[in-house]
Ligand binder design. Structure first.
Ligand code: UP5
Ligand code: MG
Length: 218
C-alpha cells in the first residue's frame, strides 16, 4: 500500500497498557479501522483448518512472538479486505442527492488503520514498513508493570484469555522488555513516537492522546 492512499499508525505499549481501549476511542472519533494483531491471531487460532492454530496457541500462552510471516499476512489480508469493502460501499448507487448521478464521481477517501500490538520485534517492523506500508507515526502507551499486571489479573477473572494469568503475564512482560521495547526505541530515535502516559483513567488517557495526535493527522 502506498502512504498516499493509506494512513497507518502503530499503537504500541506493554501488555495491558490500554492499547485496545484507546483504539476504540480513536475509531469513534477519527474513523480509523482498528486492526489488533493479537485479535487477528486469536481468530486465526480458532479458525477450523488453520495450519497455524497450534503454533499461535503456544506462542500466546507463553507470551512469545508468532513468526512474522503469519502476522504480517493476517494484517495485510485485513487491510485489503477493508479497502475492498469501502470501495464496494462507495460505488453502490443510492437514490436521492449524491445517489446515481454522484456515483460516477470519485468518493474515494483515504483508508486509516490503527495497527494495535504490532510490530513487537525489530524484524517485523522492518518487514512491514518495507513490504506493506510505512507508518505515519507510532503511538506508545507507557504504563508501569505493576499497573498493567493489576489490570490483566482483573480482566483475567472474566476474559477467558489464555494469557491473562500470573505466569503468562510474567512471560509477556519479559518479551515486551527484551524484544518489543527495542522497536519503540528504534522509532523514538527516528523521532516518530508520540508517547502517552497510560496510568490515569481511560478518559484522561484519551484526552491526552487527542491533544497529542491531532497535529500529526492533518
Ligand atoms: N484498562 C484499559 N485502560 C485502562 C486504564 N486507563 N485504567 C484502568 N484500566 C484500564 O486493557 C487491558 C485491561 O485494562 C482491560 O480490562 C481494560 O478495561 C483495562 P486493553 O485496552 O485490553 O489493553 P491492551 O494494551 O490492548 O492489552 P492486551 O492484553 O491486549 O495487550 P497485549 O499486547 O499483551 O496483547 P495482544 O492481544 O496484543 O497480544 C497477545 C499475544 O499475541 C502476544 O503476547 C503474542 O504472543 C501474540 N502476538 C504476536 O505474536 N505478534 C503480534 O504482532 C501481536 C501479538
Ligand atoms: Mg489488546
Amino acid at each position: 500500500f502506498s502512504p498516499d492512499d493509506v494512513t497507518v499508525v502503530f499503537v504500541l505499549g506493554g501488555p495491558g497498557a490500554g492499547k485496545g481501549t484507546q483504539c476504540a476511542n480513536l475509531v469513534k472519533e477519527y474513523g480509523f479501522t482498528h486492526l489488533s494483531a493479537g485479535d487477528l491471531l486469536r481468530a486465526e487460532q480458532d479458525r477450523p483448518g488453520s495450519q497455524f492454530g497450534g503454533l499461535i496457541k503456544d506462542c500466546i500462552k507463553n507470551g512469545a512472538i508468532v513468526p512474522m510471516e503469519v502476522t504480517v499476512q493476517l494484517l495485510e489480508n485485513a487491510m485489503t479486505e477493508t479497502i475492498k469493502n469501502a470501495a464496494a460501499t462507495a460505488s453502490t448507487p443510492t437514490s436521492g442527492p449524491g445517489g446515481p448521478a454522484a456515483a460516477g464521481k470519485s468518493t474515494k477517501s483515504k483508508a486509516k488503520f490503527l495497527i494495535d500490538g504490532f510490530p513487537r520485534k525489530m524484524d517485523q517492523a522492518l518487514m512491514f514498513e518495507e513490504a506493506v506500508c510505512p507508518a505515519r507515526f507510532v503511538l506508545f502507551y507507557d504504563c508501569p508493570e505493576a499497573e498493567m499486571e493489576r489490570r490483566l489479573l482483573e480482566r483475567g477473572k472474566t476474559s477467558g484469555r489464555s494469557d491473562d494469568n500470573a505466569e503468562s503475564i510474567r512471560k509477556r512482560f519479559r518479551t515486551f522488555v527484551e524484544t518489543s521495547m527495542p522497536v519503540i526505541d528504534h522509532y523514538e530515535a527516528q523521532g516518530r513516537v508520540i508517547k502517552v502516559d497510560a496510568t490515569a483513567t481511560p478518559a484522561a488517557v484519551y484526552k491526552d492522546t487527542r491533544g497529542k495526535i491531532t497535529r500529526f493527522l492533518g
